[in-house]
Write a protein that binds this ligand. Structure first.
Ligand code: AHG
Ligand code: MN
Ligand code: MN
Length: 338
């Protein structure tokens, strides 16, 4: 690991490969890294200060909002909103798009984010994260709109996450591979620690909430049952790893290989995870790393969101396992509409 390359330096080097670039995307990625430093500072002292627990609010998802959810939301809205690089934002914590304050400089990018993913784990000191998805604006000028964000994931120009785990990492791609940066608090910098992350073509882990098994569709049920079978020396059972924070479960899948899945079930026929600020950005990353992401019938990157908070089934990870899952869905469920 070359621990002298900061994320700022790495972003500048990427920009050098794109002489046509205005520098706005670089500035936006640096603004996100700065927000990550502020959020990790609160996450690291949660438990010592009054930032744990619930706000008493219910968000647009009908879920209880944690104080740290709102803290992360406000930090991202403020640091990105005043960066001068965006025309519109969307957050898991707001029903509608967020416009810039009057007089704020309007830029050429649109961004959606899950300010804090894995909220149910906050009070248990389990890894949590922030996820972001970036598009070049589609509306011609002036304040952006929801049209800048209700787009298929293949139109993203960058995506990434910040993982508040045993260390704080920022992992992102802007189309030139996936790179991981580990935060060094003594330097106050994210340092390049995982250049060009590639997901193994197949793995030995699967990651799913087995508690929902009873009401999964048949294809997902039989796929997971197959992963658990031992079939001679060439097919040992996969190991189950499930943290319940998507960012942490995804990061382990990216590094070790295998598959993460959140199938639809009776309670959530569309799936639980959100397309715009969870599935699509992680799908962009995993494909940049040589992996695959599907809703069971086809690539996540092709799905056009019906609304900002639209949900989707998600099967993501090594190409071998995702392709195998799709074959089970085709065989036992027929081609569900993608
Ligand atoms: P969020 O905290 O942003 O609402 O996301 C929670 C998600 C995701 O992090 C995780 O994969 C999933 O919820 C866990 O759901 P279950 O508790 O139903 O397994
Ligand atoms: Mn989330
Ligand atoms: Mn969240």
């Amino acid at each position: 690991m070359d621990d002298t390359i900061t994320i700022q330096r790495h972003i500048a080097k990427i920009q050098e490969h794109h002489p046509e670039a205005s520098g706005e995307l670089s500035g936006l990625l640096n603004a996100i890294a700065f927000a990550g430093k502020l959020i990790q500072r609160e996450v690291r002292k949660a438990g010592l200060v009054d930032i744990l627990g619930l706000t008493g609010r219910i968000n647009v998802q009908g879920e209880e909002v944690q104080k740290l959810d709102m803290y992360a939301h406000h930090i991202l809205v403020r640091t990105i909103g005043q960066s001068g690089y965006i025309c519109v934002m969307a957050s898991e914590e707001e029903q509608d798009v967020i416009h810039l304050p009057e007089g704020e400089k309007i830029g050429h990018y649109a961004i959606a984010f899950d300010p804090l993913d894995g909220s149910s784990n906050i009070d248990a000191n389990v890894s949590i994260g922030s996820v972001f998805s970036i598009f070049r604006r589609r509306t011609p000028f002036g304040p952006g709109s929801v049209d800048d964000l209700l787009r298929p994931g293949r139109e993203q120009v960058a995506a990434g996450y910040i993982l508040y785990g045993s260390s704080t990492m920022m992992v992102f791609s802007s189309g030139d591979g996936v790179h991981g940066f580990t935060y060094d608090p003594s330097a106050g910098e994210f340092l390049l620690s995982h250049p060009y992350i590639k997901i193994p073509p197949r793995g030995n882990y699967y990651s799913v909430n087995e508690g929902n098994h009873a009401t999964w569709p048949e294809g997902s049920k039989r796929f997971v049952d197959y992963l658990k079978e031992s079939d001679g020396p060439e097919k040992k059972p996969y190991s189950l790893r499930y943290i319940g924070s998507l960012v942490a479960d995804f990061h382990r899948t990216l590094v070790y290989g295998g598959v993460f899945l959140y199938p639809p079930d009776e309670a959530r026929p569309e799936g639980k995870l959100r397309l715009v600020y969870e599935a699509a950005p992680l799908a962009y990353l995993v494909e940049q790393a040589g992996g695959a992401a599907s809703n069971g019938c086809g690539p996540i990157r092709h799905i056009v969101p019906s609304s900002l908070h639209a949900r989707t089934p998600l099967y993501i990870g090594s190409p071998h396992e995702v392709k195998l899952l799709e074959s089970y869905v085709a065989k036992y469920e027929g081609a569900r509409a993608t």
